[in-house]
Write a protein that binds this ligand. Structure first.
Ligand code: PGA
Length: 251
């Protein structure tokens, strides 16, 4: 089945109003790089509205996290409804930095994905093994357990994107070997098909993330069942993000 690639930029805790010129450059290139691809930037919540205005319709915006509840006494948190309210179409949930820094477990991530759906957003559910788990040969077991625990029932190609991000490859400049990525994505595809059935399981996009850069994007994004990338550091520079988009094969 053909899946439309998604290139998603995760700005993490970076980005001030004065850095919106990078988004302007992405918006200007969007007609070309968005041909056959979906483009997404997840800036910090403080500049979501301003980003929406600059990026227009060709590049979607998304949140980096959401609370499971629609509203309430949760100081400092944001609901999926609030993200949708300012024009977000996606939200990342269960990023390994949230799992590590905020003790989010699979059940919490699953509740956040359900919250995303309640608000009409696409949930980008992140999973990935630690270096110790990889060295112990546990990678596929860990990924299977994370999918089982973090992905809610009712997932479809329209409401779920899975992001495979080996924890040890995030922000380190190290990427997983091509054959390891192929193994992981093939395993994840089979797991989704088993869980969701042939049609829905084949429709869910599986992104690779972890030190994706212009120099390695063509190789990584050509791997079977890699349907796009979740890009951290390199998404902060328009030139790099644009180069990664260009390197992503379409159809
Ligand atoms: P990185 O981050 O591209 O800087 O490794 C990826 C991510 O955390 O989504």
């Amino acid at each position: 089945m053909k899946r439309r690639p998604l290139i998603a930029g995760n700005w993490k805790m970076n980005g001030l109003l004065r850095q919106l010129t990078e988004l302007q450059m992405i918006a200007e290139a969007a007609g070309e790089i968005g041909e056959g691809r979906d483009l997404l930037i997840c800036p910090p919540a403080t500049i979501l509205s301003a980003s929406r205005g600059i990026l227009g319709q060709k590049v979607a915006i998304g949140g980096q996290d959401c609370h499971a509840a629609p509203s309430g006494a949760h100081t400092g948190d944001l609901s999926a409804e609030m993200l949708a309210d300012v024009g977000a179409r996606y939200v990342i949930v269960g990023h390994s930095e949230r799992r590590a820094d905020h003790d989010e477990d699979d059940a919490a991530v699953r509740a956040k994905a359900e919250a995303a759906w309640r608000a009409g957003l696409v949930a980008i559910v992140c999973i990935g093994e630690s270096e110790a788990q990889r060295e112990a040969g546990e990678t596929l077991d860990v990924l299977g357990a994370q999918v089982a625990g973090s992905v809610p029932d009712g997932a479809t190609g329209a409401n779920l994107v899975l992001a495979y991000e080996p924890v040890w490859a995030i922000g380190t400049g190290r990427t997983a070997a091509v054959e390891d990525i192929a193994d992981a994505h093939g395993f994840l595809r089979r797991t989704l098909v088993e869980r969701l059935g042939e049609e829905r399981g084949a429709a869910v996009r599986i992104l690779y993330g972890g030190s994706v850069k212009p120099g390695n994007a063509a190789e990584l994004l050509a791997i079977d069942d890699v349907d796009g990338a979740l890009v951290g550091g390199a998404s902060l520079k328009a030139d790099d993000f644009i180069a990664i988009c260009r390197a992503t094969p379409v159809g």
